[in-house]
Design a protein around this ligand. Structure first.
Ligand code: NAD
Ligand code: GLY
Length: 353
């Protein structure tokens, strides 16, 4: 078993081990104590695949379980689903001594985490990521949110889980396109923090070294979260590819999934960085090549006007300024603070017409 300890406003462990789903109850009991009600939250697909096994494991360990199922997908990451979840918790009389278990990808984790943070002013929650993207990124670090019509993650808060249980065996049922989405976040970590890791991703497919990949990314995220839990400084590096990626997602009305949006966003910023002399053409070419090696998109048909509009509504714009994460070389990126009026020029330099 790999254990990564995260230090934040609430400390917790991220456990990575094949087969862990069937031991989830014992692990949760060890951290939170048993005899409580555990509300499992899952999208319909994941609930069908794994909720019964998770529930059985929790029941064996002495928990009572109830399961909230919603259709799943980014379109459900809304105030309406959040309200339905809160009503479900209230109807089952969950109290602050009970807990929520988020079983699924980033959508479920963000939604369930926000409900856990706010229901009765906060009840414990446990993340059980079942997508690669959630395993390497969204299940760790305590960002929770739902979307508004105006943009992604517009309502949310920081709320750390009490435990993250990652069973890489659950990734075996992940459709190839969802696996690819997770690979975009994995590549993001390599571009941000480690040329060695970047070379490993080039040489060996993620699927052939998945536990190593999850542990490496989570350790990198652990360090950034420990240094800047509330995203005021160095944690913003994790937004590499996200400012323009979120704009692509929004323009597509979320038909472009998060991972593909991040891949396109990384490609745009790499091209812009090369054009502005911040990184070499070779660095840019290496980033684009690795994204393509993993079947990820590096182009978009959305226009500069459309993406500029979408990017300007990003919640990260404050005082008319935006922090763009820009690669200098593989394994090292810098935070570039730009006036929002310059977004169009960066997009144009990134190859957007
Ligand atoms: P997702 O949660 O929508 O899951 C993707 C799809 O995979 C869904 O259709 C789901 O039903 C299916 N699925 C999940 N696990 C499966 C499995 N094991 N087998 C078969 N199918 C499975 O998407 P995602 O890519 O995991 O997460 C994207 C979301 O995460 C976005 O909303 C993004 O904003 C958010 N995010 C949050 C953070 C954070 O720090 N909180 C970080 C990155 C991304
Ligand atoms: N996924 C970005 C962050 O956790 O900060």
């Amino acid at each position: 078993m790999t254990t990564i300890h995260v230090t934040a406003s609430r400390d917790y462990d991220v456990l990575v081990q094949p087969g862990l789903l069937d031991d989830a109850g014992a692990q949760v009991a060890r951290v939170l104590g048993t005899g409580r009600t555990a509300a499992i939250v899952a999208g319909a697909t994941v609930a069908g695949l794994y909720a019964e096994r998770l529930s059985a494991s929790l029941t064996r360990a002495g928990f009572r379980t109830v399961t909230f199922t919603y259709p799943g997908g980014e379109h459900c990451k809304t105030l309406a689903t959040y309200a339905a979840l809160l009503d479900f918790l209230a109807a089952h009389r969950l109290s602050r001594s009970d807990l929520i278990v988020a079983l699924g990808g980033g959508v479920t984790g963000d939604l369930a985490g926000f409900a856990a943070a706010t229901y009765q002013r906060g009840i414990p929650f446990v993340q059980v990521p079942t997508t690669l993207l959630a395993a390497v990124d969204s299940s760790v670090g305590g960002k929770t949110a739902v979307n508004l019509a105006s943009g992604k993650n517009q309502v949310g808060c920081f709320y750390q889980p009490s435990l993250v249980l990652c069973d890489p065996d659950t990734l075996r049922t992940l459709p190839p396109e969802e696996y690819r989405n997770g690979c975009a976040e994995v590549i993001k970590y390599a571009v941000l923090r480690s040329e060695t890791f970047f070379d490993e991703l080039r040489a060996v497919p993620v699927s052939a070294q998945v536990e190593h990949v999850i542990a490496t990314c989570v350790a990198m995220k652990r360090d950034l979260v420990a240094a800047d839990e509330f995203d005021r400084g160095s944690r913003q590096l994790l937004n590499l590819g996200h400012s323009f990626g979120h704009a692509v997602e929004k323009c597509s009305d979320y038909a472009v999934p998060h991972g593909c949006g991040v891949a396109i966003g990384m490609a745009i910023i790499a091209r812009a960085a090369a054009k502005r002399g911040i990184c070499t053409e070779d660095t840019c070419a290496q980033i684009l090549a690795l994204l393509r090696q993993y079947g990820l998109p590096t182009e978009t048909d959305f226009t500069c006007d459309a993406l500029t509009d979408a990017a300007r509504s990003d919640k990260k714009i404050a005082d008319g300024k935006l922090h763009l994460i820009v690669p200098e070389r593989i394994g090292y990126c810098r935070i570039e603070t730009i006036p929002a009026v310059d977004i169009r020029a960066w997009l144009a330099d990134g190859g957007i017409a």
